[in-house]
Design a protein around this ligand. Structure first.
Ligand code: SF4
Ligand code: SF4
Ligand code: SF4
Length: 305
């Protein structure tokens, strides 16, 4: 265990005050949820740079995420698509290592022009992109999705009402509603670990440093240096995805170094914000809610008396 982790393990635990009596406990339970705690101090924006060129597909990141966050296994069914049996991100899989198998004869229609090679595997550890202008956060009607002090997108499950508007709004298919809790779930960027000065579990577990974590400006500089290095070594297709804003989408606080087109990795070439086209959904829900209340009320007024 690294020294910082040992320090945290041995740190004195917070002692909760003993309840003062049944009435005060009841009042505390009624009023407590509405009390505003102290707003945490603003911290430098933190995020991930994932260098897919060194990912070996070991899935240590997936396992570390499940272990740290105590997420259940999703079963062991083979998808038939690849050696990957996780399939996709879900409410219980907050990391998913994609295996993309390319045969030499498949390369011509998909790869970058002028780039030829023998068959190859592309591997990419997918996760929430922690978008700087996150459509999931914009779509959430209850304020359950927030930006925390590290500028990461964080879901507060106790405020989530399970409407799934965030699911519809995410252009990367990241966020998912749990069939068990009914709440939306996704990567927290290990908010709990960050608050203790620890590296997220997935980045810590990655044996090849494919997943790198730190202040996002530093990550961008490091990624650009690596891209130039790869260009110098003849990997012409190396490029960064999400490190900067595009015409249609904000930059990502979890961005990638790729060597083929984004679609090959299952990423949209030009992501856009679906929330901008969701006003009709809100209108339909509001109308349905009004009708649901109005019909029984009218029935009661007409025939109830
Ligand atoms: S990737 Fe999707 S779930 Fe993650 S912050 Fe962006 S919109 Fe939200
Ligand atoms: S940052 Fe934490 S929650 Fe997010 S994928 Fe990594 S281990 Fe899982
Ligand atoms: S732990 Fe690192 S090398 Fe292994 S699959 Fe995840 S990103 Fe790739």
């Amino acid at each position: 265990m690294a020294s910082r982790e040992l320090e945290v393990v041995h740190a004195p635990q917070l002692e909760l005050p003993a309840p003062a009596g049944p009435l005060s406990t009841l009042l505390d339970r009624l009023i407590g949820p509405f009390r505003r705690g102290k707003t945490p101090d603003h911290q430098p924006a933190m995020g991930f740079y994932t260098d897919t060129t060194v990912c070996i597909g070991c899935k240590a990141c997936e396992v570390a995420c499940k272990q740290w966050n105590q997420l259940p296994a999703d079963g062991f069914g083979w998808t038939g698509n690849s050696y990957d049996n996780t399939g996709e991100l879900s409410a219980t899989s907050w990391r998913h290592v994609k295996f993309v198998e390319q045969f030499a004869d498949q390369q011509a229609p998909t790869g970058f022009p002028g780039q030829t090679h023998e068959g190859r595997w592309l591997m990419m550890s997918d996760v929430c992109k922690h978008c700087v202008a996150a459509p999931c956060q914009q779509a959430c009607p209850t304020g359950a999705i927030i930006y925390n002090e590290f500028a990461n997108v964080y879901i507060q499950p106790d405020i989530c009402n399970g409407c799934a508007y965030c699911v519809a709004a995410c252009p990367f298919g990241v966020i998912t509603r749990s069939n068990f809790s009914g709440h939306a779930h996704k990567c927290t960027l290990c908010y709990d670990r960050q608050k203790d000065g620890l590296v997220p579990a997935c980045a810590k577990a990655c044996p090849t440093e494919s997943i790198q974590f730190g202040p996002i400006d530093e990550m961008r500089e490091r990624a650009r240096r690596r891209m130039e290095e790869l260009h110098g070594r003849g990997v012409a297709g190396a490029h960064l995805y999400g490190d900067a804003a595009t015409e249609t989408y904000a930059e990502l606080h979890s961005f990638y170094l790729l060597v083929d087109r984004p679609e090959i990795y299952g990423l949209p070439e030009s992501p856009f914000n679906p929330w901008l086209s969701m006003s009709g959904d809100y209108l339909r829900t509001t109308i349905a809610g009004v009708i649901t209340l109005a019909v029984p009320l009218a029935a009661f007024l007409l025939w109830g008396g």
